[in-house]
Write a protein that binds this ligand. Structure first.
Ligand code: 3PG
Length: 212
């Protein structure tokens, strides 16, 4: 499966954080109903791997990856639970190697030019830029894009409807990630239509930003 191709047409990656597989499925279905096709199930709860497995099995319209993957062991577990891609907050050689050996795309977090250069030398062509708003935002990305000409970026951290278009207007940005599409209060209240509406709005803003 070519995740990069999916992200070209749907360049918004919502975070799904849940401690219950049924909730993770409901959230993912709501996102898919709003047109989003790629989501990151974050390993931040005790039952996150079950959530990942449930989304991978029960939401065929969603390409589910694992986020917040910190160790090679977690990367292996995430892949075993159906992750189609892996995202890390930082750049770790063992996590990258585990994913590369399994043939699963890995998008590690980077913050500095040295980390991006290291990612280039690990054979990567997509990295997460995290936390984007603190690491220099749009201005930093433009500077990095001029130097690391083969690299595509997935800025995450501080992305919102207010700045999404600005990030997506940069050609080196493959997609933007974030939690604004899956508000915890809407999930707690079972207001999944709110998530669908946020997904639709993000997709529409993305299409405008990309001139589609
Ligand atoms: C991440 O894990 O990528 C960030 O926590 C998302 O940041 P956000 O909550 O600002 O979108």
């Amino acid at each position: 499966m070519n995740i990069s191709a999916a992200l070209e047409s749907c360049p918004v990656v919502p975070l799904v954080q849940a401690d219950d597989a049924g909730v993770a499925v409901n959230v993912s279905q709501a996102l898919a109903a709003g047109g989003l096709t790629v989501a990151e199930v974050v390993l931040r709860t005790d039952r996150a791997l079950d959530c990942l497995r449930a989304v991978a099995d029960e939401v065929p319209d969603m390409i589910a990856g694992a986020g917040t993957v910190l160790t090679a062991g977690q990367a292996r577990q995430a892949i075993d639970h159906g992750a189609k891609f892996v995202v890390s907050p930082g750049l770790d050689d063992a996590v990258v190697a585990t994913c590369q050996e399994a043939g699963v795309p890995i998008y590690p977090g980077v913050y500095t030019p040295s980390e991006i250069q290291h990612a280039v030398n690990l054979g990567l062509d997509v990295v997460k830029f995290f936390p984007a708003s603190i690491a220099g935002g749009v201005q930093a990305l433009k500077a990095f894009a001029g130097v690391f000409r083969t690299m595509r970026f997935m800025p995450t951290g501080g992305i919102s409807p207010d700045n999404l278009a600005e990030y997506l207007a940069i050609p080196a940005v493959l997609a933007c990630g974030g939690s604004w599409l899956t508000p915890a209060d809407a999930i707690a209240a079972g207001e999944f239509e709110t998530i669908t509406r946020l997904a639709e709005e993000a997709l529409s803003a993305a299409a405008d930003a990309r001139g589609q």
